[in-house]
Design a protein around this ligand. Structure first.
Ligand code: PEP
Ligand code: MG
Length: 583
Protein backbone atom coordinates (compact mmCIF):
# COMPACT_ATOMS: atom_id res chain seq x y z
CA UNK A 1 0.00 0.00 0.00
CA UNK A 2 1.30 3.50 -0.89
CA UNK A 3 2.36 5.91 1.81
CA UNK A 4 -0.20 8.35 3.12
CA UNK A 5 0.20 11.90 1.88
CA UNK A 6 -1.76 14.77 3.38
CA UNK A 7 -2.59 18.12 1.80
CA UNK A 8 -3.91 21.25 3.41
CA UNK A 9 -6.18 23.42 1.30
CA UNK A 10 -9.15 25.71 1.87
CA UNK A 11 -12.23 24.12 3.38
CA UNK A 12 -14.85 25.26 0.88
CA UNK A 13 -17.83 23.08 1.68
CA UNK A 14 -18.16 21.26 5.00
CA UNK A 15 -18.57 17.54 5.46
CA UNK A 16 -16.39 14.47 5.40
CA UNK A 17 -16.09 11.96 2.56
CA UNK A 18 -14.04 8.90 1.77
CA UNK A 19 -13.82 7.33 -1.68
CA UNK A 20 -11.76 6.53 -4.73
CA UNK A 21 -10.26 9.42 -6.64
CA UNK A 22 -11.54 10.25 -10.08
CA UNK A 23 -8.99 12.58 -11.61
CA UNK A 24 -10.45 14.85 -14.27
CA UNK A 25 -8.16 15.18 -17.23
CA UNK A 26 -6.03 18.13 -16.28
CA UNK A 27 -4.56 18.32 -19.75
CA UNK A 28 -4.26 21.98 -20.66
CA UNK A 29 -5.33 23.01 -24.10
CA UNK A 30 -2.21 23.68 -26.08
CA UNK A 31 -2.48 26.91 -28.00
CA UNK A 32 -0.92 26.92 -31.46
CA UNK A 33 0.86 30.17 -32.27
CA UNK A 34 0.99 30.93 -35.97
CA UNK A 35 2.05 34.05 -37.82
CA UNK A 36 -0.25 34.77 -40.76
CA UNK A 37 0.15 36.64 -43.99
CA UNK A 38 -1.79 39.87 -44.02
CA UNK A 39 -4.33 38.66 -46.65
CA UNK A 40 -5.18 35.65 -44.46
CA UNK A 41 -6.34 37.73 -41.52
CA UNK A 42 -9.80 38.51 -42.90
CA UNK A 43 -10.65 34.81 -43.05
CA UNK A 44 -9.10 34.30 -39.61
CA UNK A 45 -11.41 36.88 -38.05
CA UNK A 46 -14.32 35.03 -39.64
CA UNK A 47 -13.03 31.74 -38.21
CA UNK A 48 -12.88 33.41 -34.79
CA UNK A 49 -16.48 34.63 -35.10
CA UNK A 50 -17.65 31.18 -36.19
CA UNK A 51 -16.01 29.73 -33.07
CA UNK A 52 -17.88 32.29 -30.95
CA UNK A 53 -21.18 31.21 -32.51
CA UNK A 54 -20.36 27.56 -31.99
CA UNK A 55 -19.33 28.13 -28.35
CA UNK A 56 -22.51 30.07 -27.76
CA UNK A 57 -24.64 27.26 -29.19
CA UNK A 58 -22.81 24.72 -27.05
CA UNK A 59 -23.49 26.70 -23.88
CA UNK A 60 -27.14 27.02 -24.81
CA UNK A 61 -27.28 23.30 -25.57
CA UNK A 62 -25.68 22.56 -22.22
CA UNK A 63 -28.27 24.64 -20.39
CA UNK A 64 -31.04 22.74 -22.14
CA UNK A 65 -29.41 19.40 -21.46
CA UNK A 66 -29.25 20.13 -17.78
CA UNK A 67 -33.03 20.53 -17.76
CA UNK A 68 -34.25 21.58 -14.35
CA UNK A 69 -30.72 21.45 -13.00
CA UNK A 70 -29.78 23.96 -15.71
CA UNK A 71 -31.65 26.55 -13.69
CA UNK A 72 -29.06 26.25 -10.98
CA UNK A 73 -26.13 26.95 -13.28
CA UNK A 74 -28.06 29.04 -15.71
CA UNK A 75 -26.63 32.29 -14.40
CA UNK A 76 -23.06 31.08 -14.69
CA UNK A 77 -23.48 29.64 -18.18
CA UNK A 78 -25.38 32.74 -19.23
CA UNK A 79 -22.51 34.88 -17.91
CA UNK A 80 -20.09 32.85 -20.03
CA UNK A 81 -22.25 33.52 -23.06
CA UNK A 82 -22.17 37.23 -22.27
CA UNK A 83 -18.40 37.15 -22.00
CA UNK A 84 -18.25 35.53 -25.44
CA UNK A 85 -20.29 38.36 -26.89
CA UNK A 86 -18.53 41.16 -25.04
CA UNK A 87 -17.93 43.74 -27.81
CA UNK A 88 -14.61 44.81 -26.28
CA UNK A 89 -13.39 41.23 -26.31
CA UNK A 90 -14.42 40.64 -29.92
CA UNK A 91 -12.95 43.92 -31.12
CA UNK A 92 -9.67 43.33 -29.31
CA UNK A 93 -9.17 39.78 -30.59
CA UNK A 94 -10.05 40.85 -34.16
CA UNK A 95 -7.64 43.76 -33.88
CA UNK A 96 -4.78 41.51 -32.77
CA UNK A 97 -5.47 39.07 -35.61
CA UNK A 98 -5.38 41.89 -38.14
CA UNK A 99 -2.66 44.13 -36.76
CA UNK A 100 -0.28 41.54 -35.34
CA UNK A 101 -1.16 39.03 -38.09
CA UNK A 102 -1.53 36.14 -35.66
CA UNK A 103 -3.95 33.19 -35.57
CA UNK A 104 -7.21 33.38 -33.64
CA UNK A 105 -6.17 30.92 -30.89
CA UNK A 106 -3.13 33.00 -30.05
CA UNK A 107 -5.10 36.27 -30.15
CA UNK A 108 -7.77 34.85 -27.81
CA UNK A 109 -5.10 33.79 -25.32
CA UNK A 110 -3.38 37.16 -25.42
CA UNK A 111 -6.56 39.10 -24.77
CA UNK A 112 -7.54 36.72 -21.98
CA UNK A 113 -4.12 37.02 -20.39
CA UNK A 114 -4.53 40.78 -20.28
CA UNK A 115 -8.00 40.44 -18.76
CA UNK A 116 -6.67 38.03 -16.16
CA UNK A 117 -4.01 40.50 -15.11
CA UNK A 118 -6.67 43.12 -14.50
CA UNK A 119 -8.42 40.68 -12.18
CA UNK A 120 -5.13 39.88 -10.39
CA UNK A 121 -4.99 43.43 -9.15
CA UNK A 122 -8.36 43.21 -7.47
CA UNK A 123 -8.14 43.00 -3.75
CA UNK A 124 -11.38 41.14 -3.27
CA UNK A 125 -10.97 37.37 -3.38
CA UNK A 126 -14.38 36.81 -4.89
CA UNK A 127 -13.74 38.95 -7.92
CA UNK A 128 -10.19 37.67 -8.28
CA UNK A 129 -11.68 34.21 -8.53
CA UNK A 130 -13.67 35.22 -11.58
CA UNK A 131 -10.40 34.91 -13.50
CA UNK A 132 -11.09 31.24 -13.89
CA UNK A 133 -14.25 32.04 -15.84
CA UNK A 134 -12.21 33.92 -18.41
CA UNK A 135 -10.02 30.84 -18.62
CA UNK A 136 -12.98 28.52 -19.16
CA UNK A 137 -14.42 30.70 -21.91
CA UNK A 138 -11.00 30.97 -23.58
CA UNK A 139 -10.47 27.18 -23.36
CA UNK A 140 -13.81 26.52 -25.00
CA UNK A 141 -13.05 28.97 -27.82
CA UNK A 142 -9.57 27.56 -28.41
CA UNK A 143 -10.84 23.98 -28.40
CA UNK A 144 -13.53 24.91 -30.89
CA UNK A 145 -11.04 26.72 -33.09
CA UNK A 146 -8.92 23.57 -33.08
CA UNK A 147 -11.89 21.32 -33.79
CA UNK A 148 -11.60 19.45 -30.48
CA UNK A 149 -14.51 17.77 -28.70
CA UNK A 150 -16.04 19.78 -25.86
CA UNK A 151 -18.62 19.05 -23.15
CA UNK A 152 -17.99 15.34 -23.12
CA UNK A 153 -20.25 13.48 -20.71
CA UNK A 154 -18.15 12.48 -17.71
CA UNK A 155 -18.74 9.01 -16.44
CA UNK A 156 -17.80 9.30 -12.82
CA UNK A 157 -18.26 6.27 -10.59
CA UNK A 158 -20.69 6.77 -7.68
CA UNK A 159 -19.24 8.40 -4.54
CA UNK A 160 -16.01 9.25 -6.34
CA UNK A 161 -13.80 12.01 -5.01
CA UNK A 162 -13.48 14.23 -8.06
CA UNK A 163 -9.98 15.70 -8.20
CA UNK A 164 -8.96 18.34 -10.73
CA UNK A 165 -6.67 21.26 -11.29
CA UNK A 166 -9.88 23.28 -11.64
CA UNK A 167 -13.44 22.37 -12.57
CA UNK A 168 -15.37 24.37 -15.13
CA UNK A 169 -18.91 25.38 -14.21
CA UNK A 170 -20.10 23.22 -17.12
CA UNK A 171 -18.36 20.14 -15.70
CA UNK A 172 -19.42 20.98 -12.16
CA UNK A 173 -23.02 21.23 -13.36
CA UNK A 174 -22.90 17.84 -15.05
CA UNK A 175 -21.18 16.24 -12.10
CA UNK A 176 -23.62 17.39 -9.46
CA UNK A 177 -26.47 16.39 -11.74
CA UNK A 178 -25.30 12.81 -11.45
CA UNK A 179 -26.10 13.29 -7.77
CA UNK A 180 -23.56 10.95 -6.28
CA UNK A 181 -20.27 12.81 -6.08
CA UNK A 182 -18.41 12.06 -2.86
CA UNK A 183 -16.42 15.29 -2.76
CA UNK A 184 -14.62 17.84 -4.88
CA UNK A 185 -10.91 18.46 -4.56
CA UNK A 186 -9.21 21.15 -6.65
CA UNK A 187 -5.79 22.75 -6.89
CA UNK A 188 -7.16 26.17 -7.74
CA UNK A 189 -9.97 28.16 -6.24
CA UNK A 190 -11.01 29.82 -3.03
CA UNK A 191 -14.11 30.10 -0.89
CA UNK A 192 -15.99 31.77 -3.70
CA UNK A 193 -14.86 29.75 -6.70
CA UNK A 194 -17.58 27.98 -8.64
CA UNK A 195 -16.67 24.58 -7.34
CA UNK A 196 -17.04 25.93 -3.82
CA UNK A 197 -20.36 27.60 -4.54
CA UNK A 198 -21.86 24.63 -6.35
CA UNK A 199 -20.53 22.25 -3.69
CA UNK A 200 -22.01 24.27 -0.84
CA UNK A 201 -25.34 24.64 -2.61
CA UNK A 202 -25.49 20.87 -3.13
CA UNK A 203 -23.89 20.00 0.21
CA UNK A 204 -21.02 18.11 -1.35
CA UNK A 205 -17.82 18.35 0.75
CA UNK A 206 -15.09 20.30 -1.04
CA UNK A 207 -11.50 21.34 -0.50
CA UNK A 208 -10.05 23.87 -2.94
CA UNK A 209 -6.83 25.84 -3.32
CA UNK A 210 -4.60 22.79 -2.79
CA UNK A 211 -1.73 24.09 -4.91
CA UNK A 212 -0.39 21.10 -6.82
CA UNK A 213 -2.00 18.25 -4.88
CA UNK A 214 -3.94 16.86 -7.81
CA UNK A 215 -0.74 16.23 -9.73
CA UNK A 216 0.10 13.54 -7.21
CA UNK A 217 -3.34 11.94 -6.98
CA UNK A 218 -4.12 9.14 -9.42
CA UNK A 219 -7.56 7.86 -10.35
CA UNK A 220 -8.40 5.00 -8.04
CA UNK A 221 -6.34 6.26 -5.08
CA UNK A 222 -8.22 6.10 -1.80
CA UNK A 223 -8.87 9.69 -0.66
CA UNK A 224 -10.33 11.07 2.56
CA UNK A 225 -11.64 14.64 2.54
CA UNK A 226 -12.53 16.94 5.41
CA UNK A 227 -14.31 19.88 3.82
CA UNK A 228 -14.46 21.92 7.01
CA UNK A 229 -10.80 21.70 7.92
CA UNK A 230 -9.58 21.79 4.31
CA UNK A 231 -7.77 18.50 4.76
CA UNK A 232 -7.16 15.86 2.07
CA UNK A 233 -5.48 12.53 2.85
CA UNK A 234 -4.34 10.39 -0.06
CA UNK A 235 -4.06 6.68 0.72
CA UNK A 236 -4.93 7.13 4.40
CA UNK A 237 -4.03 4.47 6.96
CA UNK A 238 -6.69 2.01 8.14
CA UNK A 239 -6.90 3.92 11.38
CA UNK A 240 -7.45 7.26 9.64
CA UNK A 241 -9.99 5.66 7.33
CA UNK A 242 -12.06 4.29 10.17
CA UNK A 243 -12.01 7.70 11.88
CA UNK A 244 -13.24 9.37 8.71
CA UNK A 245 -15.87 6.69 8.19
CA UNK A 246 -17.10 7.12 11.73
CA UNK A 247 -17.38 10.88 11.21
CA UNK A 248 -19.26 10.23 7.95
CA UNK A 249 -21.65 7.94 9.75
CA UNK A 250 -22.32 10.53 12.47
CA UNK A 251 -22.65 13.24 9.86
CA UNK A 252 -25.26 11.25 7.99
CA UNK A 253 -27.09 10.51 11.20
CA UNK A 254 -27.18 14.09 12.38
CA UNK A 255 -28.10 15.32 8.90
CA UNK A 256 -31.05 12.91 8.84
CA UNK A 257 -32.08 13.88 12.34
CA UNK A 258 -31.66 17.52 11.39
CA UNK A 259 -33.87 17.26 8.35
CA UNK A 260 -36.54 15.74 10.54
CA UNK A 261 -36.51 18.84 12.69
CA UNK A 262 -36.82 21.11 9.65
CA UNK A 263 -40.54 21.50 10.18
CA UNK A 264 -40.32 21.96 13.96
CA UNK A 265 -40.42 25.50 15.33
CA UNK A 266 -37.34 27.02 16.92
CA UNK A 267 -38.81 27.39 20.37
CA UNK A 268 -37.10 27.08 23.76
CA UNK A 269 -38.32 24.75 26.50
CA UNK A 270 -39.86 27.78 28.24
CA UNK A 271 -41.72 28.85 25.11
CA UNK A 272 -39.55 31.58 23.62
CA UNK A 273 -39.94 31.48 19.85
CA UNK A 274 -37.13 32.69 17.61
CA UNK A 275 -36.88 32.73 13.81
CA UNK A 276 -34.17 30.89 11.93
CA UNK A 277 -33.48 32.37 8.50
CA UNK A 278 -30.96 31.62 5.80
CA UNK A 279 -28.06 33.58 4.33
CA UNK A 280 -27.69 33.32 0.58
CA UNK A 281 -25.60 34.54 -2.29
CA UNK A 282 -27.23 32.66 -5.16
CA UNK A 283 -30.80 31.58 -5.88
CA UNK A 284 -29.65 27.98 -6.21
CA UNK A 285 -29.13 27.87 -2.45
CA UNK A 286 -32.85 28.25 -1.79
CA UNK A 287 -33.93 24.59 -2.05
CA UNK A 288 -31.27 23.55 0.44
CA UNK A 289 -32.17 26.41 2.81
CA UNK A 290 -35.83 25.40 2.75
CA UNK A 291 -35.00 21.73 3.22
CA UNK A 292 -33.06 22.66 6.35
CA UNK A 293 -35.95 24.63 7.75
CA UNK A 294 -35.11 28.24 6.89
CA UNK A 295 -38.14 30.36 7.68
CA UNK A 296 -37.05 33.17 5.41
CA UNK A 297 -33.97 34.82 3.98
CA UNK A 298 -32.13 36.93 6.54
CA UNK A 299 -29.36 38.05 4.20
CA UNK A 300 -29.18 38.05 0.42
CA UNK A 301 -25.74 39.36 -0.52
CA UNK A 302 -26.61 41.08 -3.80
CA UNK A 303 -23.06 42.06 -4.71
CA UNK A 304 -22.76 38.47 -5.93
CA UNK A 305 -24.86 39.55 -8.91
CA UNK A 306 -21.61 40.95 -10.24
CA UNK A 307 -20.43 37.40 -10.86
CA UNK A 308 -18.49 36.88 -14.07
CA UNK A 309 -18.94 40.28 -15.50
CA UNK A 310 -17.05 43.40 -16.26
CA UNK A 311 -20.13 45.65 -16.33
CA UNK A 312 -22.67 46.17 -13.57
CA UNK A 313 -25.96 44.30 -13.97
CA UNK A 314 -28.81 46.20 -15.60
CA UNK A 315 -31.98 47.14 -13.73
CA UNK A 316 -33.73 44.29 -15.53
CA UNK A 317 -31.12 41.77 -14.39
CA UNK A 318 -31.35 42.96 -10.80
CA UNK A 319 -35.13 42.82 -11.01
CA UNK A 320 -35.25 39.29 -12.43
CA UNK A 321 -32.94 37.95 -9.70
CA UNK A 322 -34.94 39.52 -6.87
CA UNK A 323 -38.22 38.43 -8.38
CA UNK A 324 -36.93 34.87 -8.73
CA UNK A 325 -35.87 34.73 -5.07
CA UNK A 326 -39.06 36.36 -3.79
CA UNK A 327 -41.26 34.01 -5.78
CA UNK A 328 -39.28 30.97 -4.67
CA UNK A 329 -39.76 32.00 -1.04
CA UNK A 330 -43.51 32.61 -1.37
CA UNK A 331 -44.87 34.50 1.62
CA UNK A 332 -41.70 34.03 3.69
CA UNK A 333 -39.71 37.20 4.35
CA UNK A 334 -36.72 37.87 2.12
CA UNK A 335 -34.17 40.38 3.40
CA UNK A 336 -32.23 41.84 0.52
CA UNK A 337 -29.11 43.78 1.33
CA UNK A 338 -28.16 46.56 -1.05
CA UNK A 339 -24.74 46.28 -2.67
CA UNK A 340 -21.81 45.82 -0.33
CA UNK A 341 -19.28 46.85 -2.92
CA UNK A 342 -16.10 48.72 -2.25
CA UNK A 343 -13.43 50.58 -4.17
CA UNK A 344 -11.67 47.40 -5.19
CA UNK A 345 -14.78 45.31 -5.46
CA UNK A 346 -16.15 46.76 -8.66
CA UNK A 347 -14.78 44.80 -11.56
CA UNK A 348 -14.07 46.26 -14.95
CA UNK A 349 -13.41 49.75 -13.70
CA UNK A 350 -10.20 51.42 -12.77
CA UNK A 351 -10.09 52.60 -9.21
CA UNK A 352 -7.41 54.20 -7.20
CA UNK A 353 -6.26 51.56 -4.79
CA UNK A 354 -7.38 52.48 -1.31
CA UNK A 355 -4.76 52.18 1.38
CA UNK A 356 -7.26 50.68 3.76
CA UNK A 357 -10.25 49.43 1.77
CA UNK A 358 -12.08 47.97 4.80
CA UNK A 359 -12.36 51.51 6.11
CA UNK A 360 -12.79 53.06 2.71
CA UNK A 361 -15.55 53.77 0.25
CA UNK A 362 -17.49 50.59 0.81
CA UNK A 363 -21.11 49.40 1.00
CA UNK A 364 -23.63 52.21 1.66
CA UNK A 365 -20.85 54.79 1.37
CA UNK A 366 -20.01 53.50 -2.07
CA UNK A 367 -23.65 53.47 -3.14
CA UNK A 368 -24.28 56.98 -1.87
CA UNK A 369 -21.35 58.26 -3.88
CA UNK A 370 -22.30 56.23 -6.98
CA UNK A 371 -25.94 57.20 -7.15
CA UNK A 372 -26.57 55.88 -10.65
CA UNK A 373 -25.47 52.39 -9.67
CA UNK A 374 -27.48 52.63 -6.45
CA UNK A 375 -30.61 53.83 -8.19
CA UNK A 376 -30.50 50.95 -10.66
CA UNK A 377 -30.65 48.55 -7.73
CA UNK A 378 -33.26 50.51 -5.78
CA UNK A 379 -35.60 50.73 -8.78
CA UNK A 380 -35.26 46.98 -9.30
CA UNK A 381 -35.97 46.30 -5.62
CA UNK A 382 -39.06 48.49 -5.69
CA UNK A 383 -40.36 46.76 -8.80
CA UNK A 384 -39.61 43.32 -7.38
CA UNK A 385 -41.37 44.17 -4.14
CA UNK A 386 -44.68 43.37 -5.85
CA UNK A 387 -43.67 39.70 -6.01
CA UNK A 388 -43.17 38.67 -2.40
CA UNK A 389 -42.45 39.56 1.19
CA UNK A 390 -39.42 41.82 0.77
CA UNK A 391 -37.33 43.67 3.35
CA UNK A 392 -34.44 45.85 2.27
CA UNK A 393 -31.40 46.73 4.35
CA UNK A 394 -28.40 48.96 3.92
CA UNK A 395 -24.92 47.67 4.84
CA UNK A 396 -22.24 49.34 6.93
CA UNK A 397 -24.35 52.26 8.11
CA UNK A 398 -22.20 54.35 10.42
CA UNK A 399 -24.36 57.43 10.92
CA UNK A 400 -27.99 58.45 10.98
CA UNK A 401 -27.41 60.71 7.95
CA UNK A 402 -26.50 57.72 5.81
CA UNK A 403 -29.73 55.98 6.73
CA UNK A 404 -31.72 59.13 5.94
CA UNK A 405 -29.96 59.66 2.63
CA UNK A 406 -30.39 56.05 1.57
CA UNK A 407 -34.06 56.11 2.52
CA UNK A 408 -34.67 59.32 0.64
CA UNK A 409 -32.96 57.92 -2.45
CA UNK A 410 -35.30 54.93 -2.23
CA UNK A 411 -38.29 57.23 -1.93
CA UNK A 412 -37.08 59.29 -4.90
CA UNK A 413 -36.92 56.09 -6.95
CA UNK A 414 -40.40 55.14 -5.79
CA UNK A 415 -41.81 58.49 -6.95
CA UNK A 416 -39.94 58.25 -10.23
CA UNK A 417 -41.37 54.79 -10.93
CA UNK A 418 -44.86 55.91 -10.10
CA UNK A 419 -44.50 58.95 -12.40
CA UNK A 420 -43.41 56.54 -15.12
CA UNK A 421 -46.40 54.32 -14.44
CA UNK A 422 -44.20 51.34 -13.49
CA UNK A 423 -45.90 49.01 -10.99
CA UNK A 424 -44.33 48.87 -7.54
CA UNK A 425 -45.34 46.74 -4.53
CA UNK A 426 -46.64 48.01 -1.21
CA UNK A 427 -44.31 49.78 1.26
CA UNK A 428 -41.91 47.36 2.88
CA UNK A 429 -39.62 47.40 5.94
CA UNK A 430 -36.33 49.22 5.48
CA UNK A 431 -33.61 48.25 7.89
CA UNK A 432 -29.90 48.53 8.42
CA UNK A 433 -27.01 46.23 9.11
CA UNK A 434 -25.52 47.14 12.46
CA UNK A 435 -21.89 46.33 11.86
CA UNK A 436 -19.92 49.40 12.84
CA UNK A 437 -19.13 50.42 16.42
CA UNK A 438 -20.65 53.85 15.76
CA UNK A 439 -23.96 52.25 14.75
CA UNK A 440 -23.85 50.08 17.86
CA UNK A 441 -23.37 53.16 20.01
CA UNK A 442 -26.21 55.11 18.46
CA UNK A 443 -28.46 52.08 18.04
CA UNK A 444 -31.15 53.81 20.16
CA UNK A 445 -31.33 56.68 17.66
CA UNK A 446 -31.04 54.49 14.58
CA UNK A 447 -33.85 52.33 15.94
CA UNK A 448 -36.17 55.32 15.72
CA UNK A 449 -35.66 55.59 11.97
CA UNK A 450 -34.96 52.02 10.86
CA UNK A 451 -37.68 49.38 10.62
CA UNK A 452 -35.34 46.58 11.72
CA UNK A 453 -31.75 45.81 12.59
CA UNK A 454 -29.59 42.99 11.36
CA UNK A 455 -26.33 42.63 13.21
CA UNK A 456 -23.33 41.89 11.01
CA UNK A 457 -20.95 40.39 13.51
CA UNK A 458 -18.27 39.65 10.93
CA UNK A 459 -17.68 43.35 10.47
CA UNK A 460 -18.77 44.44 13.93
CA UNK A 461 -16.04 42.27 15.43
CA UNK A 462 -13.50 43.42 12.84
CA UNK A 463 -14.11 47.09 13.53
CA UNK A 464 -14.71 46.85 17.29
CA UNK A 465 -11.59 44.82 17.98
CA UNK A 466 -9.52 46.49 15.25
CA UNK A 467 -8.78 43.20 13.51
CA UNK A 468 -8.60 42.97 9.75
CA UNK A 469 -10.83 39.97 9.06
CA UNK A 470 -8.67 39.00 6.05
CA UNK A 471 -5.41 39.04 7.97
CA UNK A 472 -4.31 35.60 9.18
CA UNK A 473 -1.75 37.10 11.58
CA UNK A 474 -4.42 38.65 13.76
CA UNK A 475 -7.05 35.95 13.29
CA UNK A 476 -6.38 34.72 16.85
CA UNK A 477 -7.75 38.03 18.14
CA UNK A 478 -11.08 37.52 16.37
CA UNK A 479 -13.18 36.70 19.45
CA UNK A 480 -17.00 36.87 19.32
CA UNK A 481 -17.07 36.42 23.10
CA UNK A 482 -14.86 39.43 23.82
CA UNK A 483 -16.66 41.45 26.49
CA UNK A 484 -16.69 44.45 24.15
CA UNK A 485 -18.69 42.46 21.62
CA UNK A 486 -21.11 41.11 24.20
CA UNK A 487 -21.72 44.61 25.53
CA UNK A 488 -22.18 45.91 22.02
CA UNK A 489 -24.72 43.21 21.23
CA UNK A 490 -26.52 43.92 24.48
CA UNK A 491 -26.77 47.57 23.55
CA UNK A 492 -28.02 46.94 20.01
CA UNK A 493 -30.64 44.37 21.03
CA UNK A 494 -31.86 46.55 23.91
CA UNK A 495 -32.18 49.55 21.58
CA UNK A 496 -34.22 47.47 19.15
CA UNK A 497 -36.47 46.17 21.91
CA UNK A 498 -37.07 49.65 23.35
CA UNK A 499 -38.04 50.97 19.94
CA UNK A 500 -40.12 47.88 19.24
CA UNK A 501 -38.30 46.89 16.05
CA UNK A 502 -37.08 43.37 15.21
CA UNK A 503 -33.40 42.64 15.76
CA UNK A 504 -31.77 39.93 13.66
CA UNK A 505 -28.22 38.72 13.28
CA UNK A 506 -26.75 37.52 9.99
CA UNK A 507 -23.02 37.43 10.77
CA UNK A 508 -21.24 34.10 11.25
CA UNK A 509 -21.80 34.27 15.00
CA UNK A 510 -25.52 33.57 14.45
CA UNK A 511 -24.79 30.19 12.88
CA UNK A 512 -22.38 28.96 15.51
CA UNK A 513 -24.39 26.55 17.64
CA UNK A 514 -21.78 26.79 20.40
CA UNK A 515 -22.77 30.45 20.83
CA UNK A 516 -26.54 30.06 20.53
CA UNK A 517 -26.95 30.12 24.33
CA UNK A 518 -25.34 33.55 24.43
CA UNK A 519 -27.50 35.02 21.68
CA UNK A 520 -30.64 33.55 23.14
CA UNK A 521 -29.76 35.08 26.50
CA UNK A 522 -29.17 38.46 24.88
CA UNK A 523 -32.71 38.35 23.51
CA UNK A 524 -31.94 37.91 19.83
CA UNK A 525 -35.15 37.18 17.93
CA UNK A 526 -33.93 36.27 14.46
CA UNK A 527 -30.87 34.27 13.51
CA UNK A 528 -29.68 34.00 9.92
CA UNK A 529 -27.09 31.49 8.74
CA UNK A 530 -26.12 28.99 6.05
CA UNK A 531 -28.36 25.98 5.45
CA UNK A 532 -26.16 23.41 7.16
CA UNK A 533 -26.02 25.43 10.40
CA UNK A 534 -29.78 25.75 10.88
CA UNK A 535 -30.49 22.28 12.35
CA UNK A 536 -27.71 22.52 14.95
CA UNK A 537 -28.79 25.94 16.14
CA UNK A 538 -32.39 24.76 16.27
CA UNK A 539 -31.30 21.75 18.26
CA UNK A 540 -29.75 23.94 20.93
CA UNK A 541 -32.73 26.27 21.07
CA UNK A 542 -35.20 23.44 21.48
CA UNK A 543 -33.23 21.94 24.34
CA UNK A 544 -32.69 25.09 26.42
CA UNK A 545 -34.75 27.42 28.50
CA UNK A 546 -34.16 31.08 27.94
CA UNK A 547 -34.06 31.51 31.69
CA UNK A 548 -31.13 29.12 31.91
CA UNK A 549 -29.35 30.90 29.09
CA UNK A 550 -29.75 34.25 30.83
CA UNK A 551 -28.25 32.90 34.05
CA UNK A 552 -25.29 31.44 32.18
CA UNK A 553 -24.60 34.68 30.35
CA UNK A 554 -24.86 36.74 33.53
CA UNK A 555 -22.16 34.60 35.10
CA UNK A 556 -20.05 34.61 31.95
CA UNK A 557 -20.07 38.40 31.76
CA UNK A 558 -18.53 38.64 35.20
CA UNK A 559 -15.27 37.47 33.64
CA UNK A 560 -13.13 40.08 31.97
CA UNK A 561 -11.09 38.25 29.36
CA UNK A 562 -12.42 36.62 26.20
CA UNK A 563 -10.54 33.43 27.09
CA UNK A 564 -12.28 33.17 30.48
CA UNK A 565 -15.69 33.83 28.95
CA UNK A 566 -15.06 31.29 26.20
CA UNK A 567 -13.93 28.66 28.71
CA UNK A 568 -16.98 29.23 30.87
CA UNK A 569 -19.47 29.11 27.97
CA UNK A 570 -17.78 26.05 26.50
CA UNK A 571 -18.01 24.20 29.80
CA UNK A 572 -21.73 25.02 30.05
CA UNK A 573 -22.34 23.91 26.46
CA UNK A 574 -20.37 20.70 26.94
CA UNK A 575 -22.34 19.93 30.07
CA UNK A 576 -25.64 20.16 28.17
CA UNK A 577 -24.84 18.99 24.69
CA UNK A 578 -22.75 16.50 22.86
CA UNK A 579 -20.15 19.03 21.65
CA UNK A 580 -19.47 16.94 18.55
CA UNK A 581 -23.02 17.60 17.38
CA UNK A 582 -22.53 21.33 17.51
CA UNK A 583 -19.71 21.69 15.02
C1 PEP B 1 -21.25 40.74 8.55
O1 PEP B 1 -20.43 41.66 8.45
O2 PEP B 1 -21.43 40.09 9.59
C2 PEP B 1 -22.06 40.35 7.38
C3 PEP B 1 -23.03 39.48 7.47
O3 PEP B 1 -21.74 40.92 6.19
P1 PEP B 1 -20.53 40.43 5.27
O4 PEP B 1 -19.96 39.18 5.86
O5 PEP B 1 -21.12 40.23 3.92
O6 PEP B 1 -19.61 41.61 5.35
MG1 MG C 1 -20.55 42.99 6.74
Amino acid sequence: MSATVSFQGIGASPGVAVGHAYVLDAKRVRTPKIKLNKPETEAEVLRFKTAIDLSDRQLEELKKKLGDDGEEHGLILEAHRMMLHDPMFIVEVSRLIKEDTINAEWAVRRVCKRLRHQFDNLEDEYFRERKSDIEFVADRLVRNLMGEVVDQELEVPPHAIVCAHDISPADAAMLVRSGSIGAFVTDLGGQTSHTAIVARAREVPAVVGLGKACESIRSGDMVAVDGRRGLVLVNPTEEQLSLFRETMRRQLQSEQAALQTAELPAVTLDGVRVRLNGNMEFPEEIPSLLAHGAEGIGLYRTEFLFLNRSHPPTEEEHFESYKQVLQAMGSRPVTIRTLDLGGDKVPGKKHDKEINPAMGLRAIRYCLSHRELFRVQLRALLRASAFGNIRVMFPLVSSISELREARSELEACRSELSRQGVPVGKRFPIGIMVETPSAAWIADRLALEADFFSIGTNDLIQYSLAIDRQNRDVAYLYRPLHLAILRSLENIIRAGRNANIPVAMCGEMAGDAALTIVLLALGLEEFSMTAGQIPMVKNVIRQMTKEDAVTILEQAMKFSSAEEIERFIKAEVDRRFNAGDLV
